[in-house]
Design a protein around this ligand. Sequence first.
Ligand code: FES
Length: 179
Amino acid sequence: MTSAIDPTAHTSTASTPTASGHRDGETACGGCGTSRRAFLGRGAVIGAVGVATTVGLTGCTEDLQAEASAPSQHPGGSPTPALPAADLPVGGQASVTIGGRTLLLHRESEDTVRAFSAVCTHQGCTVAPGQNRGQPTFACPCHGSHFDVATGVPYGGPAQKPLTEFTASVDGDMLMVTI
Ligand code: FES
């Protein structure tokens, strides 16, 4: 099933991630904690039709470079609200910022969601939901790597490693990510 979401339809609140580009002062490189002032930050929700999010091409911090070489599975932490389930229909993708970290979500089904780091495994730029030949993808703006939205596995472009996956779940009316 495909669906389209207008990322401009959301508004920012203190407790609900919203759809937009980067927060003020955040670099383009994965949102690795350059700003930790908000528990939940802004994000972008993208359906299969796709709307390009705002991404920059600025340089990356050492933290982000380290994350770019991180294991394929995030070691874990605490389940954290990421996005209201109603804001991400089955088949849709979203970019959300939680605790200063930008994550990519893919709603597999009513009961399952996948979450990945937005840090490109090539050189650490910020990957965002997009479209590739009419199909949803997670795309890197720097050198053209694409990642499968369901697995985080790269295809095309120079990236060789999958995006780091985070444990994610649908908990009632909220999508949760363990960070
Ligand atoms: S940093 Fe993403 S493709 Fe190079």
